[in-house]
Design a protein around this ligand. Structure first.
Ligand code: C5P
Length: 290
């Protein structure tokens, strides 16, 4: 039995540079893996036929082509030219769904890594990344993990060194919205993005390079906050609660509605998480992952 961890991601910085002809958006995103994770398990038996069984601990998730992790398995087996298999995959979910934490992408990436390991690395890193990009814009990052500068639609990755280790509180309250819907809100607001005054993304990499968490918190940015927070008051409230609880910054991740707070004190993050959980809100304090 093989196991792989599927870490959630947060966007320390997320800006849209332009809208492409095909409707996708050119981004500048600084992504960070965090300790909140799902677990993917694979059981592989010798077989003279092709058999893929897929299950998930969250009953609300489909276990067929509608599930990105299932699609990742099918895509891998095809790309690696695996003839026969009896494969059982299980996803143990902890990352909230449709939250801006990349849960589905993390599961798909973990399936790709896990199967590449199980079949003794038939695909190199570049081919695995290209398969990931076919599944979704966040999947290439989730294959690599750690801290990365992500450009293009998310497929151009540059790992970032000098990452400070710190605590983040991740919380989700209320309904999310689909990613395309969130992008169309941005389009309605910013048009072709030429008039959008982007903050300097380099400041975040300087803060990361010198391991300065306080400065990092000052440079955090997410363009989606401008269009999503006004219609997701519960996310706005989470930000306020985290800031009052001592967070250096509190920001929406991806297109929301989850919010992360950067804390210097583990005790304060834990206390705030416990308070939110008491209200029935999903909240987890965890460390960043390299
Ligand atoms: O690639 P993924 O399936 O995660 O993207 C979901 C949707 O988000 C896309 O269909 C597209 O509408 C939007 N998107 C975008 N620009 C990106 C990433 C996603 O417009 N860079």
């Amino acid at each position: 039995m093989l196991t792989e961890t599927a870490n959630a991601k947060i966007n320390l910085f997320l800006d849209v540079c332009s809208r492409r002809e095909d409707g996708y958006h050119e981004l500048h995103s600084c992504m960070q893996s965090v300790g909140l994770c799902d677990t993917v398990t694979a059981e592989l038996r010798p077989s003279s036929e092709r058999r893929l069984r897929f299950s998930c601990t969250d009953a609300s998730l489909p276990c067929d082509e509608r599930n990105l992790a299932y699609r990742a398995a099918v895509l891998f087996l095809e790309a690696a030219g695996v003839e026969n298999y009896d494969l059982r995959l299980t996803v143990e979910k902890r990352i909230p769904l449709s939250a801006g934490l990349g849960g589905g992408s993390a599961d798909a990436a973990a399936v790709l890594r896990l199967l590449n390991r199980a079949f003794e690395k038939p695909l190199d890193a570049a081919r695995l990344g290209a398969l990931g990009a076919r599944l979704g814009a966040d999947v290439p990052f989730c294959i690599v993990g750690g801290t990365c500068r992500c450009l293009g639609v998310g497929e151009i990755l540059e790992p970032v060194g000098g990452r400070p280790d710190y605590t983040v509180l991740i919380a989700k309250d209320g309904e999310g919205m689909s990613t395309p819907e969130a992008f169309s809100l941005l389009d309605a607001r910013f048009g072709d993005f030429s008039g959008h005054a982007s903050p300097d993304p380099e400041a975040i990499y300087q803060a990361l390079a010198c391991g300065d968490v306080r400065r990092l918190a000052d440079c955090a940015y997410n363009i989606f906050e401008e269009v999503v927070l006004p219609i997701r008051p519960k996310a706005k409230r989470l930000k306020e609660i985290m800031l009052r609880a001592g967070a250096l910054c509190a920001q929406m991740s991806g297109s929301g509605p989850s919010v992360f707070g950067i804390f210097q004190s583990d005790a304060r993050a834990e206390l705030c998480a416990a308070r939110l959980r008491h209200e029935g809100i999903f909240a987890v304090a965890c460390r960043t992952v390299g």
